[in-house]
Design a protein around this ligand. Structure first.
Ligand SMILES: Nc1nc2c(c(=O)[nH]1)N[C@H]1C(S)=C(S)[C@@H](COP(=O)(O)O)O[C@H]1N2
Ligand SMILES: [Mo]
Length: 526
């Protein structure tokens, strides 16, 4: 496998395809910034042009770097008293615009210019002013298909998004090292270990810069022990339809997003065959059960929703109760498993019948979300919703419901295990919605944050907030919560003074488990 991935990286370099995905990536020591181009798929015919463009970019980079180095050199020669003011200006953290329009500063200001002049924070890590615009696009530049990712609720993708799938299969370290270390562009731009890693002075461990910078590397973040604010939550909030995530992995794990027919005719003619260990095998159309459909507010968490990610929805769904279908079929005692098979062959995550029976009141063959037919991406015309299991069990475009007697018990997926620690990565899980990393808030005004907390089949009992990197946590008890819906929390507080801050949010569930990877937001108050 390692060999195959290395070949892949070589192909990438040869075709120059990577060039499109890597906007100007400057050397870690330059102190200069280049604008990042939006990645775009390249046609083979464009390769020559792309290569020329990349060469021109590199020359531009080199010129900019020279200029920056000259400026920094001049500064080094200044007398001490003049140096401080000049350095503060030259090495001030950059203020840029986030995708949502907010002014952001990704690096805390510190009196010694440690973060920018010494650690060179502006030029390290995947994102920011360094190499990639967004991690969501990079995987689409691979030569092989890859499931499309996006970020509902504007939650920025981190490498934790990649780790969810790649921690077990196709190890992330292997592919990332091969792709970067074999990339001519990465080499030409002076990329090295420090570009991606933070080497812990305590342990010597190579941490990922993007994941470690705020907690381990930067100075200038003001701690707020025992932070307090106004906390509230609801389980009734509804994910707007355009923020409902989608995920197509397909039965072959190739992740090609389909382009299915969403016409009324396609809905009217959709057929589902019910069979296996049942008294009355039968085939039905969705229209046959129109008058028995019910509406419910239910959640769906993707099994691989990363820590701090928002592959989670809480929506008003309408559909046929599975109980109605099971009653009509007369499921025999010999059946122990439900296989819901899709037209793309998706039958990867069968469910034990005992689990089906446990949650039967909330299992629906869903045809509508928030009063509208399912979108193409959400599996028009029908998706089997099985809360509170992981989303992989929610088969889209079901064509078969097979009640079988399997020799081995079907495995349930309700959260993801970190293979390094054996602990759950994303259970309980939280995310902070709609707020860009580095956002600059006006001083003296309350900062209002919102997000979700959930733990699949385990009810949430508390949300905890820390503003001193986890030294103290303020607990907000939720009481008894409904496991079929998410917890949507709001937290509002006013920092006492301007500065740079880090807020972390973690969840506590009824089994006593606590998020291992809190969601976090770095922000500034000016
Ligand atoms: N037929 C089919 N069903 C599928 C998948 C798929 O690739 N094909 N992906 C599953 C996964 S992993 C998830 S998280 C949910 C996502 O459902 P949504 O797109 O409606 O949010 O669909 C599940 N059902
Ligand atoms: Mo999923």
């Amino acid at each position: 496998m390692k060999k195959r991935l290395a070949t892949v990286a070589a192909v990438l370099c040869l075709t120059g395809a990577l060039v499109a995905g890597m906007a100007a990536c400057s050397t870690p020591s330059s102190g200069s910034t280049q604008p990042a181009d939006k990645p775009a798929a390249q046609q083979p015919a464009d390769d020559a042009a792309a290569k020329q463009g990349a060469e021109a970019d590199l020359k531009d980079d080199a010129a900019q770097q020279q200029a920056a180095t000259a400026e920094a050199d001049k500064l080094k020669m200044l007398p001490q008293d003049e140096k401080a003011a000049a350095a503060a200006e030259l090495y001030a953290p950059k203020v840029t615009k986030a995708a949502n329009g907010a002014d952001v500063q990704l690096i805390p200001a510190d009196p010694y210019m440690w973060n920018t002049a010494i650690l060179d924070g502006e030029n390290r890590g995947c994102l920011g002013s360094s190499c990639h615009d967004s991690l969501l696009d990079t995987n689409q530049l691979l030569p092989m298909p890859h499931p499309k990712l996006w970020n509902p609720y504007d939650v920025e993708a981190t490498t934790k998004f990649c780790y969810m799938c790649h921690s077990k299969a196709l190890f992330m370290q292997d592919s990332m090292h091969a792709i970067h270390m074999n990339s001519a562009e990465f080499a030409e731009k002076g990329g090295n270990c420090d570009s991606c890693h933070y080497i812990s002075p305590q342990t010597g461990e190579y941490l990922l810069w993007d994941l470690a910078k705020y907690n381990n590397a930067y100075m200038g973040i003001t701690p707020v022990p025992n932070v307090t604010g106004d906390f509230s939550f609801t389980q009734d909030s509804i994910t707007p339809t355009d923020q409902v995530f989608y995920y197509w992995e397909n039965a072959n794990h190739q992740g090609v997003t389909p382009d299915n027919d969403t016409s009324q005719a396609a809905y009217d003619s959709w057929e589902i065959a019910v069979g296996g260990e049942v008294e009355n095998p039968f085939t039905f159309k969705l229209t046959d059960f129109e008058d028995q459909m019910v509406e419910k507010v239910l959640k769906m968490d993707c099994q691989t929703n990363p820590p701090g990610g928002a592959y989670v929805a809480n929506v008003n769904v309408k559909g046929i109760p599975l109980s109605v279908i099971m009653e009509r079929a007369g499921v025999k005692d010999t059946a122990n498993t439900l296989h819901s098979v899709a037209d793309d062959g998706w039958d990867v995550y069968p469910v034990p019948l005992s689990t089906v029976n446990e949650y039967l009141d909330d299992i629906l063959l869903v045809t509508e979300i928030n009063g509208e037919p399912l979108g193409m991406l959400q599996g028009f015309p029908v998706q089997l919703w099985i809360p509170p299991l992981g989303g992989c069990h929610y088969t889209k475009r079901v064509v078969n419901l097979n009640f079988t007697n399997d020799a081995t018990e079907a495995r349930l997926f309700q959260g993801f295990t970190n293979p390094k620690t054996g602990e759950m990565f994303n259970k309980p899980n939280t995310a902070i919605f709609y707020t860009a990393q580095g956002t600059i808030f006006p001083a003296g005004q309350p900062i209002e944050l919102e997000g979700f907390a959930d733990a699949y089949d385990v009810p949430m009992t508390a949300v905890e907030v820390s503003m001193d990197k986890g030294a103290t946590w303020t607990t907000y008890d939720l009481g008894e919560t409904d496991v079929m819906r998410w917890v949507d929390w709001k937290f509002s507080f006013t920092p006492e003074k301007p500065g740079s801050y880090l807020i972390q949010v973690r969840g506590v569930a009824a089994d006593g488990s606590v998020s291992t990877d809190p969601s976090q937001l770095f922000f500034n108050v000016k």
